[in-house]
Write a protein that binds this ligand. Sequence first.
Ligand code: NA7
Length: 549
Amino acid sequence: MADESFDAICVGAGFAGIHMSYRLRELGLKFLVIDQAGDVGGTWFWNLYPGAMSDSESFIYRFSWDRDDLMNYPWKDHYVKQDEVLAYLNHVVKKHDLRKYMQFNTQLVSANWSESDQRWVLKISGPEGEKTISTRYAITALGLLSKTNLPDIPGLKSFEGEMYHTGAWPKGTDVTGKRVAVIGCGSTGVQVITEIGSKVGHLTCYQRHPQYSVPSGDRAVTAEERQHWNENWDNIFDLVKNSITAMGFKESQRSFHDATPEEREKIFQEAWNKGNGFKFMFGTFSDIAVDWEANEAAADFIRRQIDKIVKDPEKARKLKPHDVYARRPLCDGNARSGESYFDQFNRDNVDIVDLKETPFKQVEAKGIRTSDGKFTELDCLILATGFDAVDGNYLRLAIHGRNGVSLKEYWDETGPTSYLGVAVPEFPNWFMISGPKGPFTNAPPQIERQVEFISAAIEDNEKAGARVPIEATHEAERAYSAYCEELAAHSLFWKAEDNWIFGANIPGKPKQLRFFFGGMQAYRQKLVEVVSKGYDGFKPFTSNPTARV
Ligand code: NA7
C-alpha cells in the first residue's frame, strides 16, 4: 500500500522539472516534484565551480513561454553565469508559485510498474525517511550531465588537501592564493582555468586531449540589443525552433568548398572575433562537422590563434590539438576581462602538463607525481573530469517496467535507446526529459519541446479517459534509433576519441550514439508528425490528438 497517491511525479527540479510542474498544474493533476538537491536549479544548483556559465547566449538561455519575463527580466551580459541562471530559475519558481509542489533532499530509491494497478510504485527517501508513493505518470527530468565521473588515478584517495569535482563544488569554496591543479580541459576545465588563472598562487593544468576552444565574446548587453530582442521574440524563437543548434543564430548554408581561401580566412576570423564555439563550428560553413578538409581548415585556424596568443612555444605546442575538431564545441568565458583561456598560459603561475607525454604516476598525500618523476605540491585538486552522461544518470536508478525488467537490463540488450528521446517500450506512462536520443542542441529549447510533447500526450490521454497507458512500441523505437544512426552516420563527431557524447569517456562503456543529430528543426518536425498521426509509434491511447508541440 502506498503512503500517498499522485497523478504524476516528476524527478528533478532544474529547467525541465520547473517547466514540467508548470504544465502539470495547468492540466489540473495532483503531482509532486522531488529532487535530491536542497533546492531548485538542477545542473545550476550543483555546478558552483569558479567560472561556471552557460555558453549558449543569454537571450536564448531561458524559457520562451513566459513572455513577460522575456520582456522584463533583467540580465547583464551576453552569457549568463551560474549565479544568474540559478537566480532566474528561483525567480520563475517563485513567480509561478511552483515551490509548493516540490520536495527537496529527496531521492528516488526505486520505481516499479504495477501491472495490476496500472500505476508506478515509487520508493522515495527524504528528510522524513523512506516513503512509498504511487502515481499514474512518472517523469524523470534528471538532466544530461549529473552523474559525476571520477578519474581512476592511482592514489587519488590518499590526497590530503582539498579535492572537489566541479559538479559537486562546495558553496563558498575559495581557491585564491592556493597551489591548485585542474584535471580535465573540457568545457568545465576551460571555464575554471580561465577564471582562476589570475587568482591562484599556482595552477597546474593536467590535460589529456587539448581542445579547440574559441573565445565567448562575452560583453555587456546594450539597451539597443535588449530592445531589438524585445521587439523580435517571435522571430527569435521561430529561428530557435527551425535551426540545427537552437542557439538563436542562423547556421551557415554555405559549403567550405564554395569559398575562396581569402573568404575562408575572413569568415573564420570574423567568427573568432565575435566569439561563441557553436557559431564558430556551425555559423562559418555548413560542413565543418562532416567534411575532413573543412574540419581541418577550422582546426588549423584555431591552432594558429593559439600560436599567436601563447608566447611560450612549448606551452603552445602542448595546448594545440591535432585531432579532429569534433567534440562539443567549446568557448571560454573571460572575454569581458579581455583574457581568453589560452591567455592564461602566458602567466608564470600557470603550467600545462600533457598527460599523453607524461601520464600520472600517482596522486600522493601532498600532490601529484607524473611519469617523468616530477612532483607538484598542491593545496587543492579540482576534478573537471566530466560526467557519465545521458543514460549514466538513469542506470544508477532502480527503474523496473513491465515484467520487472529494469531499465539497465533493457538498455544492456538494446543500447541507450528510446523513442523520440522521451519514451521506452515496456515502461508505460513513464517519460524522460533529456533521455538518450534527444536532440543535441541548446538545452532549454530541447527541454521545452520535450515537456510540451509529454504534457500534450498526458493531456490527450486524460481527455480520452486514461483507459490505456501511453507506451511506445518496439517497432517505433527501433525505427527511430535507425533514423538517429542514419542522421549521425556522416558526422565527424564519431572520430573524436573518448567523447562523452557517445559515452566513450567512461572506461568500459561501449561507444554508442546517445543523441539525435538531425538538429532542432528536424526533431520538432518528427514530434509534430508523430502527434498529427495520432501519436504514431505509441500503442493507441487517443483518437483525438491536440497537436500542441
Ligand atoms: P568533459 O567534456 O567530458 O571533459 C572532461 C575532461 O576531463 C576532459 O578533458 C577529459 O580528457 C578529462 N578527463 C577525464 N578523465 C580523465 C582522467 N582519468 N585523466 C585525465 N583527464 C581526464 O566534461 P566537462 O564537465 O568539461 O563538460 C561536460 C559538458 O558540461 C559540456 O560539454 C557542456 O555541455 C556542459 P579527454 O578529453 O577525455 O582526454
